[in-house]
Design a protein around this ligand. Structure first.
Ligand SMILES: Nc1nc2c(ncn2[C@@H]2O[C@H](COP(=O)(O)OP(=O)(O)O)[C@@H](O)[C@H]2O)c(=O)[nH]1
Ligand SMILES: [Mg+2]
Length: 373
């Protein structure tokens, strides 16, 4: 290496380093491109930027180390909260009736109870009882508690305290529950909830997709099966519902499963009447085994219409219990009273939301308390 080049190289390197340093410094000072260049401004001293930086640093220093965020479990709403619409409606109507001075107040109360879908007969009986017991003086003084207690007693009396409300399990598995009801009443959702509940109790469950008429009904059931960790037996769209039920029973047997829940159509596109088809599904299962429950799913928001459906299904499908759904979405929770008193079939479960856990056993006293609290 020729002499004299080494010092030149060193000088060049030093120059480069200086240039690089200036470059970095000027880049850090440069404003971001999308920000307009700062004009000299008397109201905005140049020292502001470094001060802001210092502030940020100071804040950074005092900020505690990030703590993991603990998201609280959502509070499980009680029955009282779920029945809020019915409860408020009844409370408002009763308060109005009690606060009123004129003789029509009792008629108003009766009308309110009918509006709450308690049923005309029951509403009249309740009102008469309230009138006889409370009397005008009490009412004028606002005997809310007294009337409430009286109604609670009367309502409780409309439910059969001795009715069997738990779902029947087979001595010799699989237990078979047939789920019936009109379209949109909540059958498939209820099946998902039931399957999940059973799985949580350590039971093994299969679902039969015997609603072969509604488009994508089996896919919807499949989603619930997955959520509930249940097996699913299905055929192609439009297949014979009885054949699906039969295969599902064989499957449950072969796999030694505890419970088979059979989803059914709520409306058919064929000439066969729905009730005949349901009877056929039932017969097919009973050739090989037993149907332990026929649960009729009724949408509480359908009000008195639900009662009409219930009568039809009860007569044709041998319903053993009612599942009253969507009680969270209606002010007409009184339909529970009408169903039990007019059909004489026990409500076994109530649906109080769209979530997988929103199914509860029906306990008349807790229900009446929640309704009138
Ligand atoms: N708010 C509320 N919605 C429900 C309840 N049960 C079912 N649903 C809704 O009702 C609709 C129809 O339910 P689905 O199970 O498909 O009825 P199906 O036609 O009888 O099988 C769906 O949007 C469900 O989420 C319930 O208890 N509360
Ligand atoms: Mg369905």
């Amino acid at each position: 290496m020729p002499e004299g080049i080494v010092p030149e190289l060193i000088i060049a390197a030093v120059l480069l380093l200086i240039l690089a340093g200036v470059g970095i410094a000027s880049r850090t000072k440069r404003e971001p491109r999308d920000r307009p260049p700062t004009k000299p401004d008397a109201t905005r001293p140049r020292a502001q930027a470094p001060a802001a930086a210092a502030e940020t640093l100071a804040v950074d220093e005092t900020t505690p180390a990030p703590v993991p965020v603990v998201v609280p479990e959502p509070l499980k709403l009680g029955l009282r909260d779920r029945l809020v619409k019915s409860r408020r409606y009844l409370a408002d109507q009763l308060t109005t009736a009690l606060g009123s001075d004129d003789d029509d107040a009792w008629d108003d109360l009766e009308a309110a109870l009918i509006q709450a879908d308690i049923g005309v007969g029951t509403a009249t009986r309740l009102t008469e009882a309230a009138r006889a017991s409370a009397g005008r003086t009490h009412r004028k003084n606002g005997a809310w508690e007294e009337l409430r207690g009286l109604l609670a007693d009367e309502l409780n009396a409309t439910f059969d305290a001795d009715a069997e409300r738990s779902l029947i399990m087979a001595d010799d598995p699989p237990t078979v529950w047939l789920i019936v009801g009109v379209n949109g009443s909540g059958k498939t959702t209820t099946i998902g909830k039931l399957a999940r509940d059973a799985a949580e109790r350590g039971r093994t469950v299969a679902l039969a997709a015997a609603d072969t008429f509604r488009a994508a009904a089996d896919e919807q059931l499949g989603v619930w099966a997955e959520r509930a960790n249940a097996e699913i037996v299905k055929h192609q769209h439009g297949a014979d519902p009885g054949a699906v039920a039969y295969d599902a029973l064989q499957h449950a047997r072969a796999r030694g499963l505890d419970i088979l829940i059979v989803d059914t159509a709520g409306r058919l596109h064929t000439k066969t009447p729905l009730m005949d088809e349901l009877a056929k599904v039932r017969r097919v299962i009973e050739k090989e085994g037993k149907v332990h429950e026929v649960l009729l799913v009724i949408d509480a928001t359908a009000g008195q219409n639900g009662l009409v459906q219930a009568k039809e299904f009860a007569a044709a499908a041998g319903v053993t219990g009612i599942v009253l759904t969507k009680l969270d979405g209606t002010a007409k929770g009184g339909i529970a009273v009408a169903i039990e008193s007019e059909l004489g079939i026990p409500i076994k479960l109530i649906g109080v939301g769209e979530g997988i856990e929103d199914l509860e056993p029906f306990e008349p006293k807790a229900f009446v308390d929640a309704l009138l609290s």
